[in-house]
Design a protein around this ligand. Structure first.
Ligand SMILES: Nc1ncnc2c1ncn2[C@@H]1O[C@H](COP(=O)(O)OP(=O)(O)OP(=O)(O)O)[C@@H](O)[C@H]1O
Length: 293
Protein backbone atom coordinates (compact mmCIF):
# COMPACT_ATOMS: atom_id res chain seq x y z
CA UNK A 1 0.00 0.00 0.00
CA UNK A 2 1.19 3.48 -0.68
CA UNK A 3 0.70 5.48 2.48
CA UNK A 4 1.28 9.14 2.24
CA UNK A 5 2.73 11.33 4.93
CA UNK A 6 1.38 14.79 5.61
CA UNK A 7 2.83 16.53 2.63
CA UNK A 8 3.50 20.20 2.96
CA UNK A 9 1.79 22.44 0.44
CA UNK A 10 3.63 22.46 -2.83
CA UNK A 11 3.61 26.23 -2.90
CA UNK A 12 4.26 28.82 -0.27
CA UNK A 13 1.55 31.30 -1.31
CA UNK A 14 -1.29 29.33 0.24
CA UNK A 15 -3.71 32.14 0.88
CA UNK A 16 -4.34 33.44 -2.61
CA UNK A 17 -6.04 31.39 -5.32
CA UNK A 18 -3.38 29.86 -7.50
CA UNK A 19 -3.47 29.84 -11.28
CA UNK A 20 -4.47 26.53 -12.74
CA UNK A 21 -1.91 25.00 -15.03
CA UNK A 22 -2.68 22.13 -17.34
CA UNK A 23 -0.75 20.22 -19.93
CA UNK A 24 -1.28 21.58 -23.40
CA UNK A 25 -3.35 18.90 -25.09
CA UNK A 26 -3.37 15.22 -24.28
CA UNK A 27 -0.89 12.56 -25.14
CA UNK A 28 -3.31 11.04 -27.61
CA UNK A 29 -3.14 7.71 -25.81
CA UNK A 30 -6.07 5.42 -26.33
CA UNK A 31 -7.69 3.58 -23.45
CA UNK A 32 -5.23 1.12 -21.98
CA UNK A 33 -2.42 2.71 -23.99
CA UNK A 34 1.15 2.77 -22.77
CA UNK A 35 4.15 4.99 -22.99
CA UNK A 36 7.81 4.29 -22.34
CA UNK A 37 7.02 5.31 -18.76
CA UNK A 38 4.44 2.49 -18.42
CA UNK A 39 0.70 2.11 -18.89
CA UNK A 40 -1.30 5.33 -19.08
CA UNK A 41 -3.41 5.59 -15.93
CA UNK A 42 -7.15 6.12 -16.30
CA UNK A 43 -6.73 9.22 -14.15
CA UNK A 44 -3.52 11.08 -13.40
CA UNK A 45 -3.66 13.78 -10.73
CA UNK A 46 -0.75 16.01 -9.86
CA UNK A 47 -0.60 18.80 -7.27
CA UNK A 48 -4.37 19.24 -7.16
CA UNK A 49 -5.62 22.02 -4.89
CA UNK A 50 -9.00 23.56 -4.15
CA UNK A 51 -9.65 26.09 -1.43
CA UNK A 52 -12.94 27.50 -0.25
CA UNK A 53 -11.94 30.64 1.64
CA UNK A 54 -9.39 29.63 4.25
CA UNK A 55 -10.18 25.96 3.98
CA UNK A 56 -8.27 23.64 1.66
CA UNK A 57 -10.92 21.13 0.60
CA UNK A 58 -8.34 19.37 -1.58
CA UNK A 59 -4.75 19.89 -0.47
CA UNK A 60 -2.21 18.88 -3.08
CA UNK A 61 -3.32 15.43 -4.25
CA UNK A 62 -0.93 13.25 -6.26
CA UNK A 63 -2.60 10.09 -7.51
CA UNK A 64 -2.68 7.68 -10.45
CA UNK A 65 -5.81 5.55 -10.83
CA UNK A 66 -5.10 2.43 -12.90
CA UNK A 67 -7.23 1.68 -15.98
CA UNK A 68 -9.64 -1.26 -16.10
CA UNK A 69 -10.17 -1.41 -12.33
CA UNK A 70 -13.13 -0.99 -10.02
CA UNK A 71 -11.85 1.85 -7.86
CA UNK A 72 -13.35 3.10 -4.61
CA UNK A 73 -12.67 6.61 -3.33
CA UNK A 74 -13.46 6.54 0.37
CA UNK A 75 -13.18 9.04 3.18
CA UNK A 76 -15.14 10.52 6.07
CA UNK A 77 -17.66 13.34 5.61
CA UNK A 78 -15.95 16.46 4.36
CA UNK A 79 -12.77 14.62 3.30
CA UNK A 80 -12.90 16.19 -0.16
CA UNK A 81 -14.20 13.30 -2.28
CA UNK A 82 -16.90 15.25 -4.11
CA UNK A 83 -14.59 18.23 -4.63
CA UNK A 84 -11.94 15.91 -6.09
CA UNK A 85 -14.38 14.10 -8.38
CA UNK A 86 -15.84 17.43 -9.50
CA UNK A 87 -12.39 18.68 -10.52
CA UNK A 88 -11.45 15.40 -12.18
CA UNK A 89 -14.61 15.44 -14.30
CA UNK A 90 -14.36 19.09 -15.35
CA UNK A 91 -17.24 20.34 -13.22
CA UNK A 92 -15.14 22.45 -10.87
CA UNK A 93 -12.00 24.39 -11.81
CA UNK A 94 -9.00 23.61 -9.56
CA UNK A 95 -6.95 26.39 -7.99
CA UNK A 96 -3.87 24.52 -9.04
CA UNK A 97 -2.83 21.16 -10.41
CA UNK A 98 -3.04 18.80 -13.32
CA UNK A 99 -5.72 16.21 -14.10
CA UNK A 100 -5.61 13.86 -17.08
CA UNK A 101 -8.07 11.16 -18.09
CA UNK A 102 -6.57 8.43 -20.24
CA UNK A 103 -3.80 10.85 -21.13
CA UNK A 104 -6.01 13.83 -22.01
CA UNK A 105 -5.94 17.00 -19.98
CA UNK A 106 -9.30 17.74 -18.39
CA UNK A 107 -9.06 21.51 -18.66
CA UNK A 108 -7.09 22.15 -21.84
CA UNK A 109 -8.68 19.30 -23.83
CA UNK A 110 -12.21 19.14 -22.39
CA UNK A 111 -13.97 17.69 -25.45
CA UNK A 112 -11.56 14.74 -25.64
CA UNK A 113 -12.10 14.06 -21.95
CA UNK A 114 -15.86 14.56 -21.86
CA UNK A 115 -16.37 12.23 -24.81
CA UNK A 116 -14.50 9.51 -22.88
CA UNK A 117 -16.14 9.81 -19.48
CA UNK A 118 -19.52 9.17 -17.96
CA UNK A 119 -20.47 10.99 -14.75
CA UNK A 120 -23.09 10.42 -12.12
CA UNK A 121 -22.50 13.48 -9.94
CA UNK A 122 -23.68 14.20 -6.42
CA UNK A 123 -26.95 16.17 -6.42
CA UNK A 124 -27.69 14.93 -9.90
CA UNK A 125 -29.55 17.53 -11.94
CA UNK A 126 -31.68 16.06 -14.69
CA UNK A 127 -34.08 17.47 -17.24
CA UNK A 128 -37.07 16.99 -14.99
CA UNK A 129 -39.79 17.62 -17.56
CA UNK A 130 -38.59 14.88 -19.89
CA UNK A 131 -39.65 11.29 -19.48
CA UNK A 132 -36.90 8.79 -18.68
CA UNK A 133 -36.92 7.58 -22.26
CA UNK A 134 -36.81 11.12 -23.66
CA UNK A 135 -33.93 11.96 -21.35
CA UNK A 136 -31.88 9.06 -22.69
CA UNK A 137 -32.79 9.86 -26.30
CA UNK A 138 -31.73 13.48 -25.77
CA UNK A 139 -28.50 12.47 -24.01
CA UNK A 140 -27.64 10.02 -26.79
CA UNK A 141 -28.14 12.61 -29.50
CA UNK A 142 -26.09 15.15 -27.54
CA UNK A 143 -23.36 12.53 -27.45
CA UNK A 144 -23.55 12.31 -31.24
CA UNK A 145 -24.79 8.73 -31.44
CA UNK A 146 -26.95 7.72 -34.43
CA UNK A 147 -30.67 7.64 -33.67
CA UNK A 148 -31.12 3.90 -34.15
CA UNK A 149 -28.15 3.16 -31.89
CA UNK A 150 -29.60 5.48 -29.24
CA UNK A 151 -32.95 3.66 -29.49
CA UNK A 152 -31.31 0.26 -29.16
CA UNK A 153 -29.11 1.17 -26.21
CA UNK A 154 -31.95 3.07 -24.50
CA UNK A 155 -34.27 0.07 -24.68
CA UNK A 156 -31.55 -2.24 -23.36
CA UNK A 157 -30.53 0.04 -20.49
CA UNK A 158 -34.15 0.67 -19.47
CA UNK A 159 -34.72 -3.07 -19.45
CA UNK A 160 -31.58 -3.98 -17.48
CA UNK A 161 -32.19 -1.21 -14.94
CA UNK A 162 -35.84 -2.21 -14.57
CA UNK A 163 -37.12 1.16 -15.77
CA UNK A 164 -39.09 0.05 -18.81
CA UNK A 165 -42.44 0.36 -17.02
CA UNK A 166 -41.52 3.92 -15.96
CA UNK A 167 -39.98 4.99 -19.25
CA UNK A 168 -42.81 7.42 -20.12
CA UNK A 169 -43.07 8.91 -16.64
CA UNK A 170 -41.57 12.39 -16.17
CA UNK A 171 -38.22 12.34 -14.39
CA UNK A 172 -39.58 14.82 -11.83
CA UNK A 173 -41.88 12.03 -10.64
CA UNK A 174 -39.09 9.46 -10.28
CA UNK A 175 -38.06 8.21 -6.82
CA UNK A 176 -34.49 8.77 -5.57
CA UNK A 177 -33.42 5.30 -6.63
CA UNK A 178 -35.05 5.66 -10.05
CA UNK A 179 -33.22 8.96 -10.54
CA UNK A 180 -29.91 7.27 -9.75
CA UNK A 181 -30.70 4.53 -12.25
CA UNK A 182 -31.73 6.85 -15.08
CA UNK A 183 -28.67 9.00 -14.31
CA UNK A 184 -26.49 5.91 -14.53
CA UNK A 185 -28.12 4.94 -17.84
CA UNK A 186 -27.40 8.43 -19.20
CA UNK A 187 -23.78 8.16 -18.02
CA UNK A 188 -23.36 4.77 -19.72
CA UNK A 189 -25.17 5.41 -22.99
CA UNK A 190 -22.08 6.44 -25.00
CA UNK A 191 -20.01 3.56 -23.57
CA UNK A 192 -17.46 5.74 -21.78
CA UNK A 193 -13.90 4.64 -21.06
CA UNK A 194 -14.06 5.86 -17.47
CA UNK A 195 -17.17 6.11 -15.33
CA UNK A 196 -17.24 8.44 -12.30
CA UNK A 197 -19.97 7.84 -9.76
CA UNK A 198 -20.51 9.92 -6.63
CA UNK A 199 -22.36 7.80 -4.06
CA UNK A 200 -24.20 5.74 -6.72
CA UNK A 201 -25.90 3.46 -4.21
CA UNK A 202 -27.29 6.17 -1.93
CA UNK A 203 -31.08 5.88 -1.69
CA UNK A 204 -31.10 2.74 -3.85
CA UNK A 205 -32.97 -0.33 -2.64
CA UNK A 206 -31.13 -3.69 -2.37
CA UNK A 207 -32.69 -5.10 -5.54
CA UNK A 208 -31.75 -2.06 -7.62
CA UNK A 209 -28.31 -2.00 -5.96
CA UNK A 210 -27.76 -5.56 -7.11
CA UNK A 211 -28.77 -4.59 -10.65
CA UNK A 212 -26.46 -1.57 -10.69
CA UNK A 213 -23.69 -3.73 -9.32
CA UNK A 214 -24.16 -6.27 -12.11
CA UNK A 215 -24.05 -3.55 -14.76
CA UNK A 216 -20.87 -2.06 -13.31
CA UNK A 217 -19.17 -5.45 -12.97
CA UNK A 218 -19.95 -6.22 -16.57
CA UNK A 219 -18.59 -2.82 -17.58
CA UNK A 220 -15.26 -3.33 -15.78
CA UNK A 221 -14.97 -6.94 -16.97
CA UNK A 222 -15.15 -5.55 -20.53
CA UNK A 223 -12.27 -3.14 -19.82
CA UNK A 224 -14.03 -0.02 -18.47
CA UNK A 225 -12.77 1.83 -15.40
CA UNK A 226 -15.14 2.72 -12.57
CA UNK A 227 -14.25 5.34 -9.99
CA UNK A 228 -16.85 5.68 -7.29
CA UNK A 229 -17.07 7.39 -3.95
CA UNK A 230 -18.82 5.83 -1.02
CA UNK A 231 -18.97 5.75 2.76
CA UNK A 232 -20.17 2.15 2.80
CA UNK A 233 -17.05 0.11 3.40
CA UNK A 234 -18.72 -3.29 2.99
CA UNK A 235 -19.83 -2.20 -0.46
CA UNK A 236 -16.40 -0.91 -1.41
CA UNK A 237 -14.79 -4.07 -0.08
CA UNK A 238 -17.12 -6.33 -2.04
CA UNK A 239 -16.98 -4.34 -5.29
CA UNK A 240 -13.59 -2.70 -5.61
CA UNK A 241 -10.21 -4.14 -6.39
CA UNK A 242 -8.40 -0.83 -5.82
CA UNK A 243 -9.06 1.93 -3.29
CA UNK A 244 -7.92 5.43 -2.43
CA UNK A 245 -8.57 6.73 1.08
CA UNK A 246 -9.00 10.48 1.60
CA UNK A 247 -8.95 12.46 4.82
CA UNK A 248 -8.83 16.23 5.28
CA UNK A 249 -8.22 16.90 1.60
CA UNK A 250 -5.33 14.47 1.22
CA UNK A 251 -4.86 10.92 0.02
CA UNK A 252 -3.75 8.93 3.07
CA UNK A 253 -3.51 5.53 1.39
CA UNK A 254 -4.04 4.05 -2.03
CA UNK A 255 -3.46 0.81 -3.86
CA UNK A 256 -4.95 -2.64 -4.40
CA UNK A 257 -7.70 -3.37 -1.88
CA UNK A 258 -5.79 -6.18 -0.12
CA UNK A 259 -2.77 -3.94 0.37
CA UNK A 260 -4.76 -1.03 1.79
CA UNK A 261 -6.64 -3.42 4.11
CA UNK A 262 -3.29 -4.93 5.18
CA UNK A 263 -3.54 -7.00 8.35
CA UNK A 264 -6.84 -5.40 9.42
CA UNK A 265 -9.78 -7.83 9.47
CA UNK A 266 -11.91 -5.60 7.26
CA UNK A 267 -11.53 -2.50 5.12
CA UNK A 268 -13.70 -0.72 7.67
CA UNK A 269 -11.10 -1.40 10.42
CA UNK A 270 -8.27 -0.29 8.17
CA UNK A 271 -10.22 2.82 7.19
CA UNK A 272 -11.03 3.80 10.79
CA UNK A 273 -7.41 3.43 11.74
CA UNK A 274 -6.17 5.37 8.68
CA UNK A 275 -8.46 8.34 9.29
CA UNK A 276 -7.92 8.22 13.06
CA UNK A 277 -11.62 7.64 13.76
CA UNK A 278 -10.99 4.53 15.89
CA UNK A 279 -10.11 6.89 18.75
CA UNK A 280 -13.53 8.57 18.63
CA UNK A 281 -15.83 6.23 20.53
CA UNK A 282 -18.34 8.53 22.21
CA UNK A 283 -17.10 7.43 25.66
CA UNK A 284 -17.34 11.03 26.90
CA UNK A 285 -21.11 11.15 26.40
CA UNK A 286 -21.70 9.54 29.78
CA UNK A 287 -24.93 11.57 30.23
CA UNK A 288 -26.51 10.04 27.13
CA UNK A 289 -29.22 7.46 27.79
CA UNK A 290 -28.92 7.76 31.57
CA UNK A 291 -27.87 10.12 34.33
CA UNK A 292 -29.31 13.61 34.47
CA UNK A 293 -31.79 15.01 31.96
N1 LIG B 1 -18.93 25.15 -2.55
C1 LIG B 1 -18.32 25.06 -1.37
N2 LIG B 1 -18.14 26.16 -0.61
C2 LIG B 1 -17.51 26.09 0.58
N3 LIG B 1 -17.02 24.95 1.12
C3 LIG B 1 -17.19 23.82 0.40
C4 LIG B 1 -17.84 23.82 -0.87
N4 LIG B 1 -17.85 22.54 -1.34
C5 LIG B 1 -17.22 21.79 -0.42
N5 LIG B 1 -16.83 22.56 0.63
C6 LIG B 1 -16.11 22.11 1.82
O1 LIG B 1 -15.00 21.33 1.40
C7 LIG B 1 -14.83 20.21 2.24
C8 LIG B 1 -14.87 18.95 1.39
O2 LIG B 1 -16.21 18.76 0.94
P1 LIG B 1 -16.63 17.57 -0.02
O3 LIG B 1 -18.08 17.74 -0.32
O4 LIG B 1 -15.67 17.48 -1.13
O5 LIG B 1 -16.38 16.31 0.93
P2 LIG B 1 -16.88 14.81 0.79
O6 LIG B 1 -15.71 13.95 1.14
O7 LIG B 1 -17.51 14.59 -0.52
O8 LIG B 1 -17.95 14.75 1.96
P3 LIG B 1 -19.29 13.86 2.13
O9 LIG B 1 -18.85 12.46 2.24
O10 LIG B 1 -19.88 14.39 3.40
O11 LIG B 1 -20.16 14.12 0.92
C9 LIG B 1 -15.91 20.28 3.30
O12 LIG B 1 -15.38 20.85 4.46
C10 LIG B 1 -16.96 21.20 2.68
O13 LIG B 1 -17.63 21.93 3.68
Amino acid sequence: MAQESESTPARADRGAPLPYYGAAGGTGQAQGGATAAGPVPAVRIRGLWKRFGEQAAVAGIELDLPAGRFIGLVGPNGAGKTTTLSMVTGLLRPDDGLVQVNGHDVWSDPVAVKSRIGVLPEGLRLFERLSGRELLAYTGRLRGLPGDEVDKRTAQLLDVLDLTAAQHKLVVDYSTGMRKKIGLAAALLHNPEVLFLDEPFEGVDPVSAQVIRGVLERYTAAGGTVVFSSHVMELVESLCDWVAVMAAGRIVAHGPLAEVRGAAPTLQDAFLSLVGADRRTGQDLDWLGGGSR
